[in-house]
Structure formats: structure tokens, C-alpha cells
Ligand binder design. Structure first.
Ligand SMILES: Nc1ncnc2c1ncn2[C@@H]1O[C@H](COP(=O)(O)OP(=O)(O)OP(=O)(O)O)[C@@H](O)[C@H]1O
Length: 255
């Protein structure tokens, strides 16, 4: 699915009745089968933009078009804190969206098992969330988002609560899954290395107001990006992005 974000702006009214322009004049497109990552310092409007694309917030100005129309498609959304239902097993959580859609039990079994298998949780399908590690919970959340077979995947810092090693493994796993599903994806992160590892394109936002500072094409293959031979190129991209963000990140620290 292709998505066009046209002149999107968002102004909030804060608790002191001041206007906060979180986003201004945001224009970009996500092509079919494209993985786009939003990066920027704290408070630049990354989550606001993702929520607007997801239809959870409405923009103050501008529009979002999905294949040319302003109607939200089926979405898979994964947030930092995966809200699994504690009283449901992994399988029951994963098929929740399918139940809501009235899909037959037989199909639920087939689709649920397929995605649980894809995220490597087959041995835990009858486990409850409290029995899972942080990484497993995120995997279950990803399986749940994929199970509705969405047209667009939205991910807001899905791995930021994980330890560094688990995070690296989950990034690799996400790319493997992505290579199978090829879903158009919008992904938010603070982590520049993560952005370079995952993205086809990185959109760098500046803050106050949140605007697009630069869009960087990551010209690396989608498999084997961690290979030694791509290290230098990856770190060049990471440096380039950090130079774009650095000043704003320093300013954000002062607030
Ligand atoms: N409901 C709200 N009411 C008032 N201001 C808001 C609201 N939501 C967000 N903002 C403001 O809009 C700006 C962008 O916030 P947003 O959470 O989108 O940024 P972010 O880049 O995702 O930040 P972080 O990386 O810290 O999560 C911030 O200045 C924030 O304080």
C-alpha cells in the first residue's frame, strides 16, 4: 500500500492554554513495500505523526491518503509497551483482532499458528503474558499486529524497553519477518543505528515545530546489513543523521 502525507500539521493546546505546534508542513510518501523510519530528538513529534497516520489523532491541517483515499486501511500497530491481555494466552492474544472481525475458528487457528510460528513462539502459544520475557512479549505483539494481515504496519519504539542484546536480535528478526511480508511500514525510533539498520529511508525531524529536516535514502541491501562489509557505510549514514539531530537534541536536554 502507498501512503501520502500531505501538508500535515498538528497544534495542541497545553495545560496552560498555550498552543504547541507539534508538527508543521509534513510532506512525504511511503511507497508500497517500503520501510520508512522517523527519527528525531525528544519532542519533535514522531509519535504524534505516527498516531495521525494510524487515525488515532486527527491532524489540525493536511491529510493522509492511503492508495489515494482518506480512509484508514487495516493497520497493524505495535507500541513500546505491548498491551497484551493478561488473561489471554499468546494464541488468544494473537487472534484477538481476527475474532473481532468475525473470522471463523478454523481460520483463526491457521492464521494464528502461522504468525506465532513466524515470530518463533510456537512453544509458548499456550503461555500467559506474565510467563514471557520482554522480548517474547514484543514478539507476541508483532504476531498480533501481523495476524490481521494489515496493509500498513506502524511501530512506535517497539524495542526501546528491551536490553541491548535482545534489541539487536529483535531487529534482525523484524527484518526477516519484513522480508517475508514486505509490508509498508512506518517505524519510530530515537536510536539512529536502529534506523540505519532497518530503513529504506530515514526521515529526520527537527523540533519546535516538528518539521522534516532531511530525508536520507539508505542504500544498503535489506538482508545481511550487519555484515562487516557494510559497517563503514552504515556508520557514515549514522554520523550523517547524528549531525542533523545533534543541535536539536542538545536543545531538548535544556528543557
Ligand atoms: N496531548 C498533548 N497535549 C499537548 N501537547 C502535546 C500532546 N501530545 C504531544 N504534545 C507535544 O507535542 C510535541 C511532540 O510530542 P511527541 O510525543 O509526538 O514527540 P516525540 O518525538 O514522539 O517525543 P519522544 O521521542 O520524547 O517520545 C511535544 O512538544 C509534546 O509536548
Amino acid at each position: 500500500m502507498s501512503i501520502v502525507i500531505e501538508n500535515v500539521g498538528k497544534t495542541f493546546i497545553d495545560s496552560k492554554k498555550n498552543e504547541v505546534t507539534a508538527l508543521k508542513n509534513i510532506n512525504f510518501a511511503i511507497q508500497q513495500e517500503e520501510f520508512v523510519v522517523l527519527v528525531g530528538p525528544s519532542g519533535c513529534g514522531k509519535s504524534t505523526l505516527l498516531n495521525i497516520v494510524g487515525g488515532l489523532l486527527s491532524p489540525t491541517s493536511g491529510s493522509v491518503y492511503f492508495e489515494g483515499i482518506e480512509e484508514n486501511p487495516d493497520l497493524g500497530i505495535v507500541f513500546q509497551e505491548i498491551a497484551l491481555f493478561p488473561w489471554r494466552t499468546v494464541f488468544e492474544n494473537v487472534v484477538y483482532g481476527l475474532q473481532e472481525k468475525g473470522i471463523s475458528k478454523k481460520e483463526q487457528q491457521k492464521i494464528g499458528n502461522h504468525y506465532i510460528d513466524m515470530v518463533g513462539l510456537s512453544d509458548f502459544k499456550d503461555a500467559y503474558p506474565k510467563q514471557l520475557s520482554g522480548g517474547m512479549k514484543q514478539r507476541a505483539g508483532i504476531a498480533r499486529a501481523l495476524a490481521v494481515e494489515p496493509d500498513l504496519l506502524l511501530m512506535d519504539e517497539p524495542f526501546s524497553a528491551l536490553d541491548a542484546q535482545t534489541r539487536t536480535l529483535m531487529q534482525e528478526e523484524l527484518l526477516t519477518i519484513w522480508n517475508r511480508t514486505k509490508l509498508s511500514t512506518l517505524y519510530v525510533t530515537h536510536n539512529i543505528e536502529e534506523a540505519v539498520y532497518l530503513a529504506d529511508r530515514v526521515i529526520v525531524l527537527s523540533r519546535h515545530p516538528g518539521q522534516i529536516k532531511q530525508i536520507i535514502n539508505i542504500d544498503l541491501p535489506k538482508t545481511g546489513r550487519n555484515d562487516e562489509k557494510y559497517r563503514l557505510q552504515s556508520s557514515k549514514y549514522a554520523d550523517e543523521i547524528w549531525q542533523l539531530i545533534r543541535h536539536d537534541a542538545e536543545e531538548a536536554l535544556k528543557e
